[in-house]
Design a protein around this ligand. Structure first.
Ligand SMILES: NC(=O)c1ccc[n+]([C@@H]2O[C@H](COP(=O)([O-])OP(=O)(O)OC[C@H]3O[C@@H](n4cnc5c(N)ncnc54)[C@H](OP(=O)(O)O)[C@@H]3O)[C@@H](O)[C@H]2O)c1
Length: 327
């Protein structure tokens, strides 16, 4: 039977707004007596995080470096990435924060970044796919793939594939993917994964990418033993970041003071990278506020999520990424 805290959590989970805003975060933090993130000691742990130059990724990189992890800050803009890495070194007093350049939508850039990481780091304990954006008009990546899908599905898939051996050598390792509650409204599709120019809608395209992310998270977990690497996906609730300020100004005006701050938005991602108990004891899960959540809320999306479609997604992404990971 569900006890008091579980019941309150489940009630919150059923109500989107209280769950996703700072109300849900604060309630769950108190209800479950969370360990403070600044109490984790991460010396010797090497963490690569994409989208480290802004918002949630930057907040996570700061916390992880502050706790002693060696942080590889991955960003698409060389100057900004170098500047942010220097700022994090200055702020945390840790010398172990480096910059690696990768536009996650550009496969050759992803390959160069993987080579650099493998050259410079003998171990890799955590890979965090956090980079993401909602792109209002349709843009194509260098290989012709729609850019939301290229940067949040294909690029991360390639990076995981290229770093998988190093992660396995560093076992127990983790791959964490920052998805979004926006994916709850999106069905799993391969035929319509990249929206055509005439139908393009940035919010819908983003949700389709995030649905593919959580699906691939489960598929990686089925293929790679959890003794070597666990795969976890997470959604941050709604947090006030430069990304939200730029892409969703009306939403930000309405939800306003209820938005989480960046530390709260990054909390579960950092916890999944830091805690050696629950996050390592299972794989292929989807998390919000340090608890496992379902990847479906709607019958229509559940129906779309068939084994055949999953296999098609895996074939599609291996072909598009030009790799076939040895799992
Ligand atoms: N904030 C929320 O409420 C919320 C809710 C659900 C999910 N999320 C997810 O959380 C993650 C972080 O978002 P955020 O809110 O922190 O947004 P943000 O402040 O805009 O940060 C996004 C980060 O991703 C990087 N990025 C975007 N496209 C990239 C590409 N093609 N290659 C490499 N890096 C790229 C950005 O780099 P630049 O600094 O160069 O722009 C930036 O570092 C995203 O995956 C987002 O979908 C956020």
């Amino acid at each position: 039977m569900m006890g008091g805290p579980e019941l309150i959590d489940a009630t919150l989970e059923g109500l989107v707004v209280p769950s996703f805003t700072r109300i849900g975060f604060e309630a769950r933090r108190r209800l479950f007596g969370w360990q403070n993130l600044d109490s984790y000691r991460l010396g010797g742990r090497v963490v690569a995080i994409t989208g480290a130059t802004s918002g949630l990724g930057r907040a996570a990189a700061e916390r992880l470096a502050g706790n002693g992890a060696t942080v590889i800050a991955v960003g698409r803009n060389p100057d900004k990435t170098a500047r942010v890495a220097a700022e994090i070194r200055e702020l945390t007093g840790s010398p172990d924060v480096s910059a690696t350049v990768a536009d996650m939508g550009d496969l050759s850039s992803v390959r160069r970044a993987a080579e650099q990481i493998l050259r410079e780091h003998q171990r890799l304990d955590v890979l965090i796919h956090n980079a993401g954006a909602l792109t209002p008009t349709r843009v194509e990546a260098p290989d012709g793939t729609e850019t939301t899908i290229a940067s949040q599905v294909v690029g991360p898939f390639l990076l995981t594939s290229l770093l998988l051996d190093r992660l396995q050598e560093s076992a127990p390792a983790r791959v964490i993917t920052m998805s979004s509650g926006g994916m709850y409204g999106a069905e799993l599709t391969i035929e319509h994964l990249e929206m055509s120019s005439d139908l393009y809608n940035g919010t819908k395209q983003y949700a389709l990418a995030k649905r593919a992310q959580v699906t691939l998270n489960e598929m990686w977990a089925q293929r790679v033993g959890k003794q070597s690497v666990v795969f976890q996906a997470v959604h941050p609730g709604w947090a006030d970041t430069p990304g939200v300020q730029e892409s969703l100004p009306t939403f930000r005006r309405i939800v306003g003071p209820l938005l989480r701050d960046t530390e709260a938005g990054a909390d579960t991602m950092v916890w999944l990278a830091s805690d050696d108990n629950e996050p390592l004891s299972c794989t292929g899960r989807f998390w919000l506020d340090r608890r496992v959540r379902s990847i479906h809320r709607l019958r229509s999306t559940r129906r779309s999520d068939t084994p055949a479609r999953r296999e098609d997604l895996w074939s599609w992404v291996t072909e598009r990424a030009g790799c076939n990971p040895r799992t």
